[in-house]
Design a protein around this ligand. Structure first.
Ligand code: PLP
Length: 349
């Protein structure tokens, strides 16, 4: 059954994207990349914010290199960008992936000698090559670069990935040096090392192409980026019910909050299924203008209860603002900025 548009119910929780901020962040990261151009990591549905909303904005800002993790993520991008601008980071794990790449023109990132052989066996063609310079996750070992199968490749981007770019760690310089040493070993058009935090480490990490993800979407992995990056994702949720509770009343599952005195409280349409995980509850507050509305008790799947003492004027149907300043929310909840975005629930879209 197809609902007529006029009948479509209004959501009670929503994600708003500041598309100008997203475009601004890409341009800022492109500038900070020095002589390199910035691409964009758009995996995990643009870190939870939606490919359909974000990719056209990045494309129109000037981005022409898009990275997803899975082959299944390609389809959502194809209406918006050329297949040749899309690269799949997991690489051809199976023969079917090679067939898909060949048929669409999407570019595989080859991560192992077995992936290289699989690609060559199918006739090869333009590809990217990931070298592991110390994260020990995906990528070919530098010692394997002399393999004759590698010499057969048509490598566009030779890349590696930083393990600790968000920290002041000796690993960064070590990986930079190791990556530089790999460059003469493989013929390639472009080199790429830096993610968002890597861009902030300095233009020597930029090479030809950078691959920011988190910072595009408002994350700040290093303080150097704080003044350049703007918040992109904003979440609001509706008050569904107001009640007055008595001294000693318990709120929510397991009664973890006990009212110390009579209180006016609101039940809000926001829960862990929307990405507001339990770890975000304790000590947190929703906002209305300057007013803070502390979260009371445990976060449920579909709702939370907040203290309305500061906002007597609000009632059922009013919207409250969910704090989504990523560095602050990460510090508060113990979640990473990446997790805060990627867990945003599908009901918000
Ligand atoms: C996810 C990812 C990125 C983007 O990293 P951010 O820290 O989000 O900027 C870049 N390169 C690779 C290989 C990735 O997997």
């Amino acid at each position: 059954m197809q609902l007529p548009d006029a009948l479509a119910p209004e959501p009670t929780v929503r994600l708003r994207l500041d598309k100008q901020a997203l475009a601004h962040n890409w341009r800022a990261l492109d500038q900070l990349s020095g002589n390199a151009s910035a691409g964009a990591a758009v995996k995990a549905n643009c870190y939870g914010l939606g490919v359909g909303a974000c990719v056209p904005v990045l494309r129109d800002a000037g981005c022409d290199a898009f990275f997803v993790a899975h082959w299944t993520e390609v389809e959502a991008l194809l209406p918006h960008v050329d297949a040749a601008q899309i690269a799949v980071l997991h690489g051809p794990v199976r023969d079917d992936d090679v067939a898909f790449a060949k048929a669409t023109g999407v570019v595989p990132v080859l991560n192992s000698l077995s992936q290289v052989r699989r690609w060559n066996a199918a006739g090869g063609g333009r590809c990217h090559l990931m070298v592991d310079t110390g994260i020990n996750r995906l990528g070919i070992a530098p010692s394997e670069l002399g393999d004759p199968e590698i010499a057969k490749l048509d490598v566009d981007v030779l890349m590696s990935h930083l393990a600790s770019a968000d920290e002041d760690s000796a690993t960064n310089e070590r990986q930079l040096k190791a990556f530089r040493e790999c460059l003469p070993a493989v013929e390639h058009n472009r080199a790429s090392l830096a993610n968002s935090a890597g861009i902030a480490l300095g233009t020597e990490f930029g090479f030809d192409l950078t691959r920011p993800g988190l910072a595009l979407y408002g994350g700040i992995p290093r303080p150097e980026l704080a003044n350049s990056i703007r918040q992109v994702a904003f979440v609001d949720a509706v008050i569904m019910q107001i009640r007055t509770i008595c001294e000693g009343d318990a709120v929510g599952y397991n009664g973890e909050f006990i009212a110390p005195s009579p209180m006016r409280v609101a039940t809000v349409s926001l829960g862990y299924a929307d990405g507001f995980l339990r770890s975000r509850g304790p000590g947190a507050a929703l906002q209305h203008g300057e007013a803070l509305l502390p979260v009371l008790g445990k976060v449920s799947m579909d709702m939370i209860v907040v203290d309305m003492a500061k906002t007597p004027e609000l009632g059922e149907g009013d919207w409250l603002h969910v704090p989504m300043h990523l560095p602050d929310a990460a510090e508060h909840s113990g979640l990473s900025q990446y997790e805060l975005l990627t867990v945003i629930g599908s009901r918000l879209r």
